[in-house]
Design a protein around this ligand. Structure first.
Ligand SMILES: [Zn+2]
Length: 164
């Protein structure tokens, strides 16, 4: 018995009627998504996409980090990406807390000092989104033929609104 038994059992059921073997790694809808790790976000379903359709990069806050850019460059040049969506969301902890608050809460949970841990909090979500979209558009290896948009996902209505 391990903490992972339920998940492995579910995986065996998943694999029992698995029909996706031999599938390529291309983004079949030409889509790449940068979004938050938040469990309220179902990136494929919220865009009407399916398995194989999109490249998805997630982190706290849904920020365009250096590694996100690395993923997007690979997506654009090697994996069929022609549309990039940057999607932060409402009620995101990374935008609703200060770094000190997060350090305090994590420290309380850990029972030890967490003041050294860096948390990339977001002071102004819309400004950060504009910066992130500009960062993708300005990347020398992301050609102008790639559409790049910034959207806010409302976790209470399920709706996306284009901001940038
Ligand atoms: Zn979030």
């Amino acid at each position: 018995m391990t903490e992972f038994d339920d998940l492995l059992e579910a995986n065996r059921a998943f694999a029992a009627d698995f029909s996706l073997g031999g599938f390529d790694g291309v983004a079949h809808a030409g889509v790449a998504i940068v979004t938050c790790m938040d469990s309220r976000i179902d990136p494929l379903r919220m865009l009407g996409l399916r398995h194989g359709d999109a490249k998805i990069f997630r982190n706290p806050g849904g920020r365009v980090t250096d590694q996100a850019l690395e993923a997007l460059v690979l997506g654009v040049h090697l994996l069929g990406v022609t549309r990039v969506l940057v999607i932060p969301h409402t009620r995101c902890a990374m935008a609703a807390s200060t770094e000190d608050e997060l350090r305090e809460r994590v420290g309380a949970s850990a029972g030890q000092d967490a003041s050294w841990q860096h948390f990339h909090v977001i002071a102004d979500q819309r400004a950060a989104l504009a910066d992130d979209v500009a960062r993708v558009r300005a990347h020398p290896l992301v050609p102008d033929t790639v559409a790049v948009g910034g959207f806010l996902y409302d976790v209470d209505t399920g709706l996306l609104s284009q901001e940038v």
